[in-house]
Write a protein that binds this ligand. Structure first.
Ligand code: APR
Length: 316
């Protein structure tokens, strides 16, 4: 990526999360956005709508919509949200196989048309799909990263702020592990203006925040009834794109390829990463308690089961 030119973000999947990520990328003027989807007219219609928003919201980046992967050529960042939601009657394994095939197809096209991009995977099950994308893309591991920790920690930050009645901006936190019930929120790395929350809240309140964070996605599904969250997921993917495009060197929790860190090797897991123009430029190893380390390994074993199932299905 060279400085001084306009950047390009490909949002692959123009559904709720993809279009929301596109909206935040445009609002932050990160670059022009190409919305890509198999549904005819949907990416074109949403892109036109987003471009027409520019004069009102004061951005000059453009959005275009396409069904043709040739149009992602030259993308600096690809945000992948293409996938199917789980439908009634569909087993978890059915969904794994279907989304696995979609990610395989998407990755073939990214490798062909945007071979120098940094790829942010958002499609669930996140950690398994990110590992699959890494194997299918053939990119160096630092250019394939999963979006989970930014979202999970944003949820935890908002719950802490709500509980204490303080500004969300003052709350920092860290959530490790996989995206799901096995995630590992770290209360002792959660602070309000530098003050650990363990000094501000009684243990039962801290435990309740940890539990609510783990179930954060499900809480929204239960309320919406016909869909899942998209504002915070879209914003989180755009946040990662921002750190990469602006070469910010921000430390954000992301699903990254581990080669021995935290005692894990050859897997993707949520860990603190330094994001910059080359993608995951560094992985930070935090000191963990024995319980936290065990929880991280347990969550990684669950991801490995999903990877093994993909192998059984012939997707990997
Ligand atoms: N290529 C490109 N796009 C595809 C493909 C494909 N092979 N298959 C499906 N899509 C598109 C669909 O047409 C749809 O527009 O992916 C989009 C998915 O959008 P939604 O159904 O609205 O799902 P969304 O809520 O955006 O979630 C997308 O992100 O957070 C995760 O769990 C979520 O895995 C899900 C993903």
């Amino acid at each position: 990526m060279s400085a001084g030119r306009k950047f390009k973000i490909a949002c692959i999947g123009a559904g709720n999360v993809g279009a929301t990520a596109a909206q935040y990328c445009l609002e932050m003027e990160l670059g022009d956005v190409v919305l890509t989807d198999i549904a005819e007219g949907v990416p074109q219609g949403k892109a036109l709508d987003l471009s027409e928003t520019g004069p009102v919201r004061g951005y000059s980046c453009m959005a275009t919509g396409t069904n043709d992967y040739k149009d992602i050529a030259g993308a600096d960042v690809c945000i992948v949200t293409a996938g199917l939601p789980r439908k009634p009657g569909m087993t978890r394994l059915d969904l794994l196989g279907k989304n696995g095939n979609i990610i395989t197809d998407v990755c073939k096209n990214i490798a062909e048309h945007a071979p120098d991009s940094v790829v942010i995977i958002v499609t669930n099950p996140l950690d398994v799909m990110t590992y699959l994308a890494f194997t299918k893309l053939g990119f160096p591991p630092e250019r394939v990263v999963g979006m989970a920790g930014v979202l999970d920690s944003a949820r935890m930050r908002s719950f802490v702020a709500m509980e204490l009645g303080v500004s969300m901006k003052n709350v920092d936190t860290m959530v490790l592990g996989s995206h799901g019930d096995d995630m590992v929120p770290l209360p002792d790395y959660t602070t309000v203006s530098g003050i650990p929350i363990t000094k501000l809240l009684p243990q039962d309140k801290v435990d309740a925040i940890v539990q609510r964070t783990r179930k954060g996605g499900g809480e929204i599904v239960a309320l919406l009834k016909t869909g899942s969250a998209y504002y915070a997921p879209g914003a989180s993917a755009a946040r990662m794109a921002q750190a990469i495009i602006r070469d910010e060197k921000q430390i954000l929790p992301c699903a990254a390829h581990l080669t021995g860190q935290y005692g894990l090797d050859g897997v993707y897991a949520g860990v603190p990463c330094m994001l910059g123009k080359d993608g995951v430029e560094n992985i930070i190893e935090l000191e963990l308690t024995d319980d936290q380390r065990t929880a991280l390994h347990t969550s990684s074993e669950e991801v490995q089961k999903g990877i093994d199932e993909l192998k059984e299905l012939g997707v990997l």
